[in-house]
Ligand binder design. Structure first.
Ligand SMILES: CC(C)(COP(=O)(O)OP(=O)(O)OC[C@H]1O[C@@H](n2cnc3c(N)ncnc32)[C@H](O)[C@@H]1OP(=O)(O)O)[C@@H](O)C(=O)NCCC(=O)NCCS
Length: 199
């Protein structure tokens, strides 16, 4: 009779606390497809309840497809960090230094220049509250400082209380509003900014 394996073949799927923490590092071109899958899976988590499924699907298809995501990883104006658990990506942050990604209505509201945008910070639900998001954000802040940015800004839906509490704990303040389109639906996000001179 064959004995069962001592370790489950799915042991890498262990929940937080029972496996090694994810390794946070800069993403590379080889991460494109896993990152696109993570981006697609986590984008709905940031959407307010009134967002329609077809709007979310449109956004994922056009903004977070593997070709688009691959382009981030070779763009010199974009820095992506990931939380890596073996072969699996469980969180990511995306920092952009590209002024073309900033709606002109945002510029007059920003208090610090030069600036950069934390355009994404997403953690898979099992890893929320684990400290992974803190590490991803810390790496993005460090990358912003390293390139000489004095400030960093982001947009978050007002109903996304968890994200807003997280950013508030990390020194971001509400400074105004921005529009953000998801599949043709225009949302008004809180515009938050942080001084990068502060630790
Ligand atoms: C936003 C995100 C990256 C934060 O990471 P996290 O690991 O969940 O953050 P933390 O648990 O460290 O902090 C969340 C804070 O919100 C608080 N919180 C949790 N649920 C809350 C709720 N419903 N209302 C208000 N605050 C809430 C937590 O108590 C914690 O407060 P604290 O900072 O005072 O301790 C993560 O939740 C995420 O990926 N969310 C889905 C995607 C998303 O919304 N991304 C941001 C887009 S702008």
């Amino acid at each position: 009779m064959v004995s069962p394996p001592a370790v489950s073949p799915l042991s890498w799927l262990q929940p937080p606390g029972r496996s090694a923490p994810p390794r946070v590092e800069r993403a590379g071109p080889d991460d494109a497809s896993a990152l696109a899958a993570l981006a697609a899976a986590t984008f709905p988590l940031a959407c307010p309840p009134e967002t329609q499924p077809d709007e979310i699907l449109y956004h994922i298809t056009h903004q977070l497809n593997p070709i688009r995501v691959a382009s981030w990883l070779t763009d010199p104006l974009v820095v992506v960090h990931v939380g890596r658990l073996g072969q699996i990506l469980v969180g990511y942050s995306r920092l952009s230094f590209d002024p073309a990604e900033t709606d002109p209505a945002i510029w007059p509201q920003l208090k610090r220049r030069p600036t950069c945008q934390l355009s994404k910070c997403y953690v898979q639900p099992d890893w929320q509250g684990s400290g992974l998001a803190d590490q991803l954000l810390a790496e993005s802040l460090a990358a912003g400082r390293q390139r000489g940015a004095k400030g960093i800004w982001l947009g978050a839906n007002p109903a996304n209380l968890r994200a807003r509490a997280f950013y508030g704990r990390h020194g971001f303040h509400d400074i105004g509003w921005r529009h953000f389109e998801v599949g043709g639906h225009l949302f008004t996000d809180c515009l938050m900014e942080r001084d990068l001179a502060e630790p």
